[in-house]
Write a protein that binds this ligand. Sequence first.
Ligand SMILES: NC(=O)c1ccc[n+]([C@@H]2O[C@H](COP(=O)([O-])OP(=O)(O)OC[C@H]3O[C@@H](n4cnc5c(N)ncnc54)[C@H](O)[C@@H]3O)[C@@H](O)[C@H]2O)c1
Length: 277
Amino acid sequence: MTSSSSTSDHIAFIGGGNMASAIIGGLLKQGTAAGHIQVVEPFEEQRSKLKKQFGVQTSEGPSAQLASAALVVWAVKPQTFKEAALQTRFHTKHALHLSVAAGIRSDSIAHWLGTERVVRSMPNTPALVGQGMTALFARSAVTAADRLAVERVIKTTGEYVWLDEETHLDAVTAISGSGPAYVFYFIEAMIDAGTGMGLSREQAHKLAVGTFVGSSALARASDEPPEILRARVTSKGGTTYAALTSMEQDHVKLLFIRAMHAAKQRARELGDEFGSA
Ligand SMILES: NC(=O)c1ccc[n+]([C@@H]2O[C@H](COP(=O)([O-])OP(=O)(O)OC[C@H]3O[C@@H](n4cnc5c(N)ncnc54)[C@H](O)[C@@H]3O)[C@@H](O)[C@H]2O)c1
């Protein structure tokens, strides 16, 4: 460790819940040694789970050991970020900081931690299977080397994109951060419909999940926009037309778009409620 920054490849996670686990899983799969990862997690049950699942070091609260971390990943809820930051800042003065918290703006984080080396991000849970989508925003003091250090971690979880405007992170939160929940919601609806029509739950699950996987792969592989791909499924006067007409009559698309605006609005409110510059 130098006087101005830690040069180790140790990573500390503050908060060891769902999102931290998804990133830790990616890091370990890509060859990071478990001994290079420490997690601060107040709940005993969660610490045991992390130790059992990943073999990483855990502690109940922040300690001097955190000073060995070159990168600190903030994976606490927006509501607890400030309190956790104030408890931890003394031990992490020389680290680069990466937040995954929804809504909490980087000026609040920089203020609480007493450093400008802050990258804010919005990942999503498919990170668990190496297929995450993450957007990143760096404060101006973050160097090119810092960005590379963050990319080395995030690319173990899937794809990423850098944003020039921090406010766009709220839109990202509404689309891809919360997005997996919308997909699971539609899968649930397809399973419910399938079982209601006499299929077994297992059959309906396989058909619904396989349809999302295949359609996503087709959308990714194709040069054509989703409207065209959709039109190819929709025979004139056929079954898809009947379903889509029913959805249009019920304004499903409009309501879905409205729901994503609610998510974006909530991301902004989280920053207002639980952040402070
Ligand atoms: N789950 C997602 O899909 C997702 C996606 C993108 C971003 N995020 C963001 O990730 C963050 C964490 O979300 P999550 O879903 O992993 O939540 P979670 O509840 O699973 O994990 C948060 C963890 O922080 C721990 N914690 C509480 N107080 C703490 C403290 N003072 N110090 C250290 N740890 C503390 C909790 O015990 C808990 O295990 C949130 O800010 C959320 O906005 C979540």
